[in-house]
Design a protein around this ligand. Sequence first.
Ligand code: HEM
Length: 510
Amino acid sequence: MTTLENTTGTTPVASDLVAGFPFPFPEDRYRYSTNVEPAEQPVVTPAGQWGAAVVDIDSEYRSELDQRAAILAADPSRHAVLPHMVPAAWDTMLTLMRELDAVYPEQMHLENLGGDEWLWRNDILGIEQCFRYADAATLPDEPLRYIASQVQEDIALLDQRNDQLFVDAGVVTFAADWSFGFDVGMSFLEIHGPVPRIRKEGVITRAHEFLKRLQPHQPYRRTNWTLTIDRRLDVSTEIYHEWGPDRETIQHVDDEEFGRRVHLRVEVQHLIRLPDSGAIVFLIRTYLLPLDQLATVEPWRRRAAEVLAELPADMAEYKGIIKYRDRAAQYLRDAAPVAPLPSGPGMPEWPTTPPPVDTTGAAFLVVAIGRDPETAHVSRNWVSTAEAAGTTRLLVLDSLTEEEDRTALAAAFDDAVIGTRIMVAGGQYDVMTALALAREAGAVPAELAAYVTDFGDLPMYCAHCRDTFRVEAVPGGVVACPGCARDLEIHEHHSPTMGSYLASAAGGDE
Ligand code: HEM
């Protein structure tokens, strides 16, 4: 197991838990939906990948199985198999053994010895077991409980009868604020009774119809999420007294402790129609990542902050995070990486966070240049604030190295009325070039605001061929002039009017 180096003071977390984390937000806003998709499609993330298989073993395998065993020993209500579900329990066990054997062939082995006789080996746990299918005497445990002691997933089994689904069996030790013991025997629609919004919006009735038509060998999956304090898998209703008070006390800890203890909790839920019994297996695999680790993956940090800040109060209340979700959003916002800004008397002074909209403007022109998601994000935020204050125009351009884009920008500046606030976001070359064009069109510094999302390039003025170029370099660096081919040193000396840094022959060889 590789553990991430703790050079930044963040919580040490095994590297596979970050790389395999199923970050659940496809956009900056979250609402309930019937978010099912075919399973077994790997999802590539900025940190790694998840989702290639319906069962997933990671470095927490033994620890989570030990926790499950302890919970089951202390509370038998976490395991139930109603009498008519016995065939489905066997079906589930064999289905999961087949999955494990297919996905982890080095460690998991299922062999048919002829007819109903099977040999099962789990080399991680050192298990070797011969059994006869549907013969309880040949297994050391009830089959659902037996396989649940070898997968990290919680398991619920749904029976389909009278055009409805009923949760009639399962082993659920890691419930997120619900009670399996209470829900067992209830219908799918009844179980979702407490969830706000979903009845009115038809989310659950659509899911119900979908699940009733689910076919064998076509597994589907969805994600769900919440926040959990500490790396605590069992946040079930039964032991609320143990974890519930943390929701209050977490508000009073310092930032370091907050980022270490508050976790984004994501459930990857798989839905599989069993081939023999016709029941549906619902697998719930829970992943926890502390916010301080989440914040090290920039796109996750930014998006999770937006989702938490925007989540409607009724949903935050239902998820049990209403008391600390604003703080969580702020924690993630404050964790924004400070750009390695060059500094010095001749250098531009770029703000480290997007400057606020000056709402006293007569009108607003927001210019977003380039495809960086951060540029899109910052400009969208500017637009929504500006629109509330007055006439707003958004101009999206590819790059100011393109003549067409420079012309479009110049035309927008010409059209702008006096007093228009101009806000530019993009890479350094594009921002400096745009600001110089704005000044050329008559804008004064008080009317201009900018946010640089990428410092990888800059506009360089060559003192020898007297032209300006976009170069991928930093002030102080040496670069070949695209015009005269001399090796140029880029000086820490910029001109807002020219919109460029001065460069001259390196080593004074001119
Ligand atoms: C496509 C299928 C499904 C959809 C769209 C769905 C949707 C949802 C949603 C939106 C929530 C609220 C979650 C939150 O805000 O954190 C929820 C909660 C829940 N779901 Fe599902 N769900 C599905 C399948 C299932 C299945 C098969 C079970 C079977 C056990 C289940 C059991 C639950 C439970 C127990 C809760 C918590 C309810 C409570 O507060 O007591 N869900 N579900």
